[in-house]
Design a protein around this ligand. Structure first.
Ligand SMILES: CC(C)(COP(=O)(O)OP(=O)(O)OC[C@H]1O[C@@H](n2cnc3c(N)ncnc32)[C@H](O)[C@@H]1OP(=O)(O)O)[C@@H](O)C(=O)NCCC(=O)NCCS
Length: 304
């Protein structure tokens, strides 16, 4: 809370501001249910994030006991989600606190609840993708940086573009490859994503397998490209071009690994611009790191 006041002086007003210390609160934390999705949507809209109600449904379907809500003064003050991938590692996402309740310990309480839930499930490693605001909180709870990611955004005019009709593809070959590259099986999640946006699934065939693949989601603000996986620059370029033809949106989001050899140069060529940094972090031994060198872009900070 900021206390501000003005005093009258000979040449007008002087304005003073003092940042008052925030009083910590002990929130009531409970499991989130489908009835809480509108409250989750409200918080993610305040934060300017891209998730939809379908994404909250996914969190609750894949982790019915592992999504949490913080209540303060009879109001929803924050959220946290978890997903366990094959008991190899788990993901924490959607750590969101209402700006009116920030800096009072609610983010920390939600994170501690999510970590305690995953430890009770004996998950050996917990991962997440941190915003700069979240990173401070995660470091204090023992999360370590693994690598850097950047959100890039394309703004374009699709005014006269006609929808490209393509036969929908079976994601099967991509799912087998994805387990090796992500480090754990996330078939159900990727099938759910391909099911809601089949037109945004792109495959790059090579011999009897794949040189790469890309999935996409339609968010509330933009189409989101990811995961975008490629064995070489040719496949990476082709997948990006195909995706941009298939999407009908004026705005595209993508979260690229900064140490990928091609991704940022390809995005630059297509008119994307840097938006904000993210840091992939883990807590516990990172035994299944996957193959990040083949990852141009992640699925999204909320899912990994
Ligand atoms: C990041 C966020 C969840 C933090 O929630 P919060 O309730 O304000 O965090 P807390 O009050 O529990 O603070 C936890 C710790 O982080 C520190 N911290 C939190 N925000 C901070 C800030 N802006 N600057 C410096 N330190 C900060 C606090 O001092 C506290 O440390 P302490 O426990 O050692 O005192 C909240 O700012 C938010 O919703 N941001 C927008 C969405 C977002 O970026 N989420 C993170 C996704 S990875």
């Amino acid at each position: 809370m900021t206390l501000s006041w003005r005093t009258i002086s000979t040449d007008g007003f002087d304005e003073f501001k003092i940042e008052l210390p925030r009083v910590p609160v002990i929130p009531h934390i409970r499991a989130m249910t489908p009835a809480d999705i509108p409250a989750g949507m409200r918080l993610k809209e305040i934060a300017g994030w891209n998730q939809t109600s379908e994404d909250w449904v996914r969190f609750l379907e894949f982790s019915p006991d592992g999504c949490f809500l913080a209540e303060c003064e009879n109001r929803v003050a924050g959220t946290a989600t978890t997903i366990i991938y094959e008991n190899r590692f788990a993901w924490i996402g959607m750590i969101l606190v209402d700006p009116e309740f920030r800096r009072r310990g609610i983010g920390r309480a939600l994170l501690e609840k999510a970590v305690a839930h995953l430890e009770a499930e004996a998950v050996p490693c917990i991962k997440l993708d941190a915003t700069p605001a979240g990173k401070i909180l995660y470091q204090r709870l023992g999360f370590e940086a693994e690598y850097e990611i950047e959100r890039w955004v394309l703004k374009r005019d699709t005014g006269n573009a006609r929808p490209v009709q393509r036969p929908s593809q079976d994601p099967g070959a991509a799912l087998a490859m994805d387990r090796e590259i992500f480090g754990a099986d996330r078939t159900a999640l990727l099938r759910s994503i391909a099911g809601t946006a089949p037109e945004l699934l792109v495959l790059a065939p090579q011999d009897k397998g794949l040189a790469g693949y890309a999935f996409g989601r339609s968010g509330s603000l933009a189409d989101h490209l990811g995961p975008w996986i490629a064995r070489d620059a040719v496949a990476a370029r082709q997948l990006l071009a195909d995706f941009l033809e298939r999407s009908q949106r004026d705005t595209i989001f993508v979260d690229v690994l900064t140490n990928n050899s091609w991704a940022r140069a390809l995005l630059n060529q297509r008119g994307f611009e840097f938006s904000r940094p993210l840091t992939r972090m883990h807590r516990g031994a990172n035994i299944y790191p996957g193959q990040p060198d083949l990852v141009c872009a992640i699925l999204g900070p909320e899912f990994g």
